[in-house]
Design a protein around this ligand. Structure first.
Ligand code: AHG
Ligand code: MN
Ligand code: MN
Length: 326
């Protein structure tokens, strides 16, 4: 029997039928994000052709060309969302302040291009987004100072060997793979659940000397051979949060970006990196914390606030918390 191909729009409409309160606006908003994703995907994939086709004649995509892609991705998301009439305001890693749009029911937070320093070595990068109900038609930073538990949806797009759109509206996590020949995101991973425990850990061990003792004890513990508890774990670190997160979501494991002497509050941003991924991982049966507090319970004090981030299989993150809270 021919496998039924379900595309993102059809899936959203069917989801929306199940939840009468969900208006079609949500489906429209997701379609706008999907359009932005396709445009960014095309541009990011072209970046790989820069040195082959000599678009700019440069050897590699230089730092400012990478910066240009960050800004291209940001402008694409901003213009499509702000113009669509569904988004009253947005907050972006590439925008110093909150951005006021004309009208709409929702607020959107996003990291337009995550892992962008990896573009010129053809490593997967991504876009991360979260959606809130608006509180007011006038949008300033205060509208974003709320716990991630208030997110109504979150998702990410990963631009890798294929372009995937992974999201949750609070009813499970679903993944769609872009078929570039028809420009449609096709359902490929329905109802993703992260393994309760995994054997992968992702951390930049180059910072080992800067970590506090309790974190070192945890890393020493998981790398000490012990057959019974399936140790040592395997280290997998791509350096693109979206790529490391996506692999661990499917295979199980823990991603760690702790605070260290160089980053007293960690490096990753609470509002548009940690919270959306924490929403997704909890919907998939996983967990995310800063070592002490669930990420989804934290309230940012400013749009670009940083946080330590430990995210992935619930048993792995809880085990890490025990070491930090000893
Ligand atoms: P961005 O490109 O949006 O600034 O994010 C980069 C982040 C994240 O993608 C990744 O996990 C982390 O930087 C890697 O940091 P280190 O190079 O310090 O390990
Ligand atoms: Mn990022
Ligand atoms: Mn970014």
């Amino acid at each position: 029997m021919e496998k039924q191909t379900m595309n993102l729009t059809r899936f959203l409409i069917e989801e929306q039928r199940k939840y009468p309160h969900a208006s079609g606006v949500f489906t429209e908003l997701f379609s706008e994000i999907a359009l932005a994703a396709k445009i960014i995907s095309r541009e990011v994939n072209k970046a790989g052709l820069v040195d082959i086709l000599g678009y700019t004649g440069s050897k590699n995509v230089t730092g400012d060309e990478v910066k240009k892609l960050d800004l291209f991705a940001n402008n694409t998301m901003k213009h499509i969302l702000c113009r669509g009439g569904n988004v009253i305001g947005l907050a972006s890693e590439e925008e110093e302040e909150a951005v006021q749009c004309e009208r709409g029911k929702y607020l959107v937070v996003f990291d337009p291009l995550d892992g962008s320093s990896n573009i010129d070595v053809n490593v997967s990068i991504g876009t991360i987004f979260g959606i809130y109900n608006k509180m007011d038609d006038f949008v300033d930073e205060k509208q974003f100072m709320r716990p991630g538990r208030e997110l109504v949806a979150a998702g990410y797009i990963i631009y890798g060997s294929s372009t995937m759109f992974v999201y949750s509206t609070g009813n499970g996590v679903h993944g769609f793979t872009l078929d570039p020949s028809v420009g449609e995101f096709i359902l490929s991973h329905k109802d993703i659940k992260i393994p309760k425990k995994g054997k992968i850990f992702s951390i930049n061990t180059g910072n080992y000397k800067k970590w506090d003792e309790k974190l070192k004890n945890y890393i020493d513990f998981i790398t000490t051979p012990d057959k019974k508890t399936q140790r040592p774990y395997s280290l997998r670190y791509i350096g693109s949060l979206v790529a490391d997160f996506h692999r661990n979501l499917l295979y199980g494991g823990i991603f760690l970006y702790p605070k260290d002497m160089a980053h007293p509050n960690g490096k990753l941003r609470l509002l548009y990196e940690a919270q959306p991924l924490a929403f997704i991982v909890e919907q998939a049966g996983g967990y995310a914390s800063d070592g002490y507090t669930p990420i989804l319970d934290k309230v940012p004090h400013d749009i670009h606030e940083r946080t330590p981030l430990f995210i992935g299989s619930i048993e792995n993150v809880k085990e890490l918390e025990q070491f930090l809270q000893k």
